[in-house]
Design a protein around this ligand. Structure first.
Ligand code: C5P
Length: 239
């Protein structure tokens, strides 16, 4: 494979090789999928919003000492990131009951949790990304004990930082999903994206959903909601 070749195409992003073997170019797409790919649509402008919002969050986390893959944004749709081997786990952190937590436990949507809940899901489309525990991770050899400990600590730190940041913008951080990877030196880095596709954001005053649940539940105005998040974060036009 050569520089410029597509390395991988996911549901919401494409990854391309660059001249530097340690760096990949990520291109955000306008496609939206939900329910393990069963529901699909093209939402014009979503890719740009996710690139801008994700860039903003990664820069903010960089400034606050969270090691992550982000290098720079190079266009409205593209970022350069460090090449990592993704650990096949989705690390979800929750502050307020919603989504599958409400389904699984019966806690009504909107219930404030006594403390953050960290969950692990096995990234496997064929299995439907099942919820698993640390023993499963060990048996399947998905991550080491040390990596699990580091991921949990980083996820809770990211939660504190993002919760605080969003509170200033009058937005509740309900829950979010993180992915981690390991670079060529074996260092664990926060990877993937942090955007309204991967977080639940509610307007603190009205409770209005400003995230992918608008798409999942056919509430309409999806990209408008993402743009609202971007505007509240300052809408910095620096990418
Ligand atoms: O669906 P569930 O309630 O488990 O989702 C928890 C959080 O993780 C939500 O913010 C959702 O957007 C995110 N998530 C994700 N990718 C998945 C599953 C969940 O970004 N494959």
């Amino acid at each position: 494979m050569r520089a410029g070749d597509m390395l991988y195409e996911g549901k919401a992003k494409q990854l391309f090789l660059t001249e530097d073997p340690g760096v990949v170019r990520v291109k955000y797409k306008d496609t939206a999928t939900a329910f393990n790919g069963e529901k699909r649509a093209v939402l014009e402008g979503k890719g740009e919003m996710n690139n801008r919002i994700s860039t903003f969050f990664f820069r903010y986390l960089n400034e606050h000492g969270i090691p992550n893959h982000f290098i720079d944004a190079i266009s409205p749709l593209e970022q350069l990131v460090r090449k990592v081997d993704i650990i096949p786990l989705e690390v979800v952190v929750r502050n307020i009951a919603a989504g599958t937590l409400s389904k699984r436990t019966g806690l009504p949507e909107g219930t404030e949790l006594r403390h953050p809940v960290v969950e692990l899901y096995y990234k496997d489309d064929a299995l439907g990304d099942p919820l698993i525990n640390e023993d499963h991770v060990s048996v399947l050899q998905l991550a080491t004990e040390e990596q699990l400990k580091e991921m949990r600590e980083m996820a809770l730190k990211v939660n504190d930082l993002l919760k605080q940041l969003m509170e200033q913008e009058k937005i509740l951080l309900v829950d979010f999903k993180l992915e981690f990877g390991v670079d060529a030196e074996g260092k664990l880095l926060l990877a993937d994206e942090i955007s309204p596709d991967t977080c639940r954001f509610w307007d603190a005053k009205t409770g209005e959903k400003l995230d992918k649940d608008r798409f999942r539940r056919d509430l309409g105005q999806v990209v408008e909601a993402y743009r609202e998040i971007w505007t509240r974060l300052g809408g910095k036009k620096d990418v």
